[in-house]
Design a binder for this molecule. Sequence first.
Ligand SMILES: Cc1cc2nc3c(=O)[nH]c(=O)nc-3n(C[C@H](O)[C@H](O)[C@H](O)COP(=O)(O)OP(=O)(O)OC[C@H]3O[C@@H](n4cnc5c(N)ncnc54)[C@H](O)[C@@H]3O)c2cc1C
Length: 88
Amino acid sequence: MKSDVVIIGSGLGGLQCAYTLAKKGMHVCVLERASVLGGCIQSFIRKGHTFDTGFHYVGGLDEGQPLHQLFSYYDLMGLDWQKNGSAF
Ligand SMILES: Cc1cc2nc3c(=O)[nH]c(=O)nc-3n(C[C@H](O)[C@H](O)[C@H](O)COP(=O)(O)OP(=O)(O)OC[C@H]3O[C@@H](n4cnc5c(N)ncnc54)[C@H](O)[C@@H]3O)c2cc1C
């Protein structure tokens, strides 16, 4: 398939760009040199527990706060965000 845009790297920045452009109707090709997508944002499982490598805290997700609008745009507000150990 012909691509309108080629993005090098599938970290948070690359994936956000790709998602934004795809939502605008562009055909996007993301090239990643690693075997797993996500760059710094990875997870791994040890003894049944899932660990995140590079994304532990997100602030400003409440209604009216800066990241709420951004995360809504990226359809991320449906995730099970945890705040201070309680359900978000
Ligand atoms: C330990 C740690 C904890 C963190 N905690 C938080 C947190 O709690 N909250 C928060 O908001 N942020 C946190 N961050 C920061 C956040 O994870 C990073 O800022 C963000 O993920 C960086 O995204 P990026 O797309 O800029 O770069 P990267 O994630 O580095 O992505 C770059 C990608 O490009 C690929 N690439 C590079 N060169 C090429 C090439 N020539 N060809 C193909 N692919 C290539 C790489 O393999 C990589 O996958 C943390 C980071 C770390 C390391």
